[in-house]
Ligand binder design. Structure first.
Ligand code: ADP
Ligand code: MG
Length: 601
């Protein structure tokens, strides 16, 4: 243990934590057996100060003597009354910092006098000064106030001094920040920072809480609302647990026995929450983060493709819908190989170690180098296919990991499913490495199409992949274990896969066009009618293409061989788009045909 430890501290709105860097690895401080100390302060019934989990536990019952989220008040000339006593936001932060200092000194068996403390990139001078003062009140010499996104980026910086551009997406308990950073040599600067100081995981808890209250009202119409405080508290906790569960599971069960009473009779509450339903609830909130990401990019004058890394930070960014949103918006796989709840903390510890003169290399974590998933029905390049690849465990996920997804049966009374497991990234399952296959037979014959099948994948550090499939409503279950899931596709396997794809394409829709298929003079061809439910614009594009196709066919008979072939090829393609209802191509093809006809006239 080095003689003078400098503590790295993430002083968060919801949770705070401390760590040091030692032997090439961060070592987090545990307070009451936990790394995350809730940033919550209160006084108990006797007027004694309490901090962390104990304070958090009493917040719903005794709001008049408990406070959280005081980080939002930092730098303001205000105070909070807890019971009989008054505290400034700086003092409240000092209480949290002091608790961390005590725990660190006990764990490392030495006095610790110095600290690096992180703050949001948007913090003003006054807010930074208040944070530094809080550190001093707690008994630290504050060696550095470090921006949170910079700290997170430090975890992902290697020793090489290449220029790199990062986007840090930090979704915490009560706040959302997105920052764009550029690192050059040893300097990392914040190019843009945007955020929303009233958006975070706590809001998601609220939404889910309201959802649960609605279910409760349906189940017990005679129950009096608002619920007693204790019941509200339990339900809010249950909502948060369910939310966290839904980050890895497709369903969460909320079970609260004896939640309340009606005329002295206890009532029990049970409710199942689907990940899909939860995602619908939080969707508008996630859209707001999307707007902020866009604004930050505009402000930094960057395009998504100029980003080298997208880093996920903050507990709420575990939500799979967050990763999906960023993947879709930025076209890169966001990184969370450093636990998002600890990224800022570990960065603070790295900075602290550097100030103490230690050489700090990259943090090493084990992640999966490939994605894993299964094939299912869907659309591949606009064509219906049973070989769509659905990723369940994404590349760069830290190991060990477990993920579940819900799939549905595709026809009524389906008796079996064929489960294929693949490794790779291609949307076409057949282009990925096939790892194994099994059948689940004996499904409930009475079930309609859309009956739910749970797909559960676990992957450990040694590349052992366990796949379990369960018919949800009967519990019927089957699975396989694949021992060497990290195996690479050999060159022969790649060649074979490519050949297989080629041959499959050939007997599918995109066959080479041959003149023999062209209709004879005077023969007209059938064009499929526009399907129902198209938007007005799509319907117009459909009709326009049909008109142009007919015109082109008439025209084709009067052309020279070369022009004729060219036109027939377009006609063939256009008919294909209509037959496959490939809406994205229809308007484009109509434009092309229009141009060619114009030229031929
Ligand atoms: P802050 O930076 O505001 O102190 P954190 O980064 O510690 O906050 O994030 C806390 C939030 O993250 C809480 O709302 C918590 O419920 C949420 N959270 C923690 N783990 C998960 C998870 N696995 N899935 C979804 N949300 C989570
Ligand atoms: Mg944070």
């Amino acid at each position: 243990m080095p003689s003078s430890l400098i503590l790295g501290i993430d002083l968060g709105t919801t949770n705070s934590a401390a760590a040091v860097f030692e032997g090439g690895q961060p070592r987090a401080v545990e307070v009451d057996g936990q790394v995350l100390l809730p940033s919550c302060v209160g006084v108990d019934a006797e007027g004694r100060l309490i901090v962390g989990q104990a304070a958090r536990n009493q917040i719903v019952l005794y709001p008049e003597r408990t406070v959280k989220s005081f980080k939002r008040m930092m730098g303001k000339d205000t105070h909070v009354t807890l019971g009989e006593q008054k505290f400034t936001p700086t003092e409240l932060s000092a209480v949290v910092l002091r608790r961390l200092k005590q725990a660190a000194e006990a764990q490392f068996q030495q006095p610790i006098h110095e600290a690096v403390i992180t703050v949001p990139a948007y913090f003003s001078d006054a807010q930074r000064t208040a944070t530094k003062e809080a550190g001093e009140i707690a008994g630290f010499e504050v060696r550095r106030i470090l921006n949170e996104p910079t700290a997170a980026a430090l975890c992902y910086l290697s020793q090489d001094e290449r220029d790199r551009t990062f986007l840090v997406y930090d979704l915490g308990g009560g706040t959302f920040d997105v920052s764009i950073l550029r690192s050059k040599g040893k300097v990392t600067e914040v190019l843009a920072s945007h955020g929303d100081t009233a958006l975070g995981g706590d809001d998601f808890d609220r939404l889910l809480y309201d959802f649960l209250v609605e279910r409760l009202k349906e189940q017990h119409p005679n129950l009096a609302f608002p619920l007693p405080l204790r019941a509200q508290h339990r339900l809010l906790r249950a909502a948060e647990s369910a939310k966290i569960e839904l980050s890895t599971e497709s369903y969460a069960q909320v079970i609260e026995e004896h939640l309340a009473e009606i005329d002295g009779v206890p009532i029990h509450f049970r409710c199942e929450v689907k990940r899909r339903s939860y995602e619908e609830l939080i969707e508008p909130w996630l859209q707001r983060t999307r707007d902020s990401v866009q604004k930050a990019l505009n402000e930094a004058k960057l395009l998504a493709r100029q980003l080298d890394e997208v880093i996920l930070v903050g507990g709420a960014s575990y939500t799979p819908a967050v990763r999906e949103l960023l993947r879709g918006l930025l076209g890169v796989e966001p990184r969370m190989d450093i636990n998002p709840e600890y990224a800022v903390l570990y960065g603070a510890a790295i900075q602290a170690a550097r100030l103490a003169g230690q050489q700090v290399d990259r943090i090493l974590v084990d992640v999966t180098p490939f994605s894993f998933g299964t094939s299912c029905l869907g659309f591949l390049h606009g064509v219906p296919s049973a070989d769509c690849y659905e990723i369940v465990i994404h590349r760069n996920t830290p190991l060990p990991t477990r993920q579940t997804e819900v799939f549905c049966t595709s026809v009524d009374y389906q008796a079996a499913v064929d489960v294929k497991v693949f490794q790779g990234e291609d949307p076409d399952a057949r282009r990925n490495l096939f790892l194994g296959e099994f059948w689940v037979e004996g499904l409930d014959k009475k079930a309609d199409a859309g009956s739910e099948i749970l797909f559960d994948m676990r992957l450990d550090l040694n590349g052992m992949l366990d796949v379990q499939v369960t018919e949800k409503h009967t519990g019927l279950r089957k699975g396989i274990t694949i021992k060497d899931a990290f195996r690479k596709l050999s060159p022969e396997e790649r060649e074979q896969a490519q050949q297989r794809i080629r041959s499959l394409w050939d007997d599918q829709s995109e066959t080479e066009y041959s003149l023999q298929d062209a209709p004879a003079h005077g023969e007209s061809f059938d064009l499929p009618p526009a399907p129902e439910g198209l938007a007005k614009e799509q319907q117009q594009a459909w009709l326009r293409l049909c008109e142009l196709l007919k015109k082109a066919q008439q025209k084709s008979f009067s052309l020279e061989q070369a022009d004729r072939e060219e036109l027939l090829e377009i006609i063939h393609r256009g008919r294909g788009h209509l037959e496959r209802t490939d809406l994205s191509k229809i308007a484009e093809c109509a434009d092309e045909l229009n141009d060619v006809l114009f030229y031929l006239d």
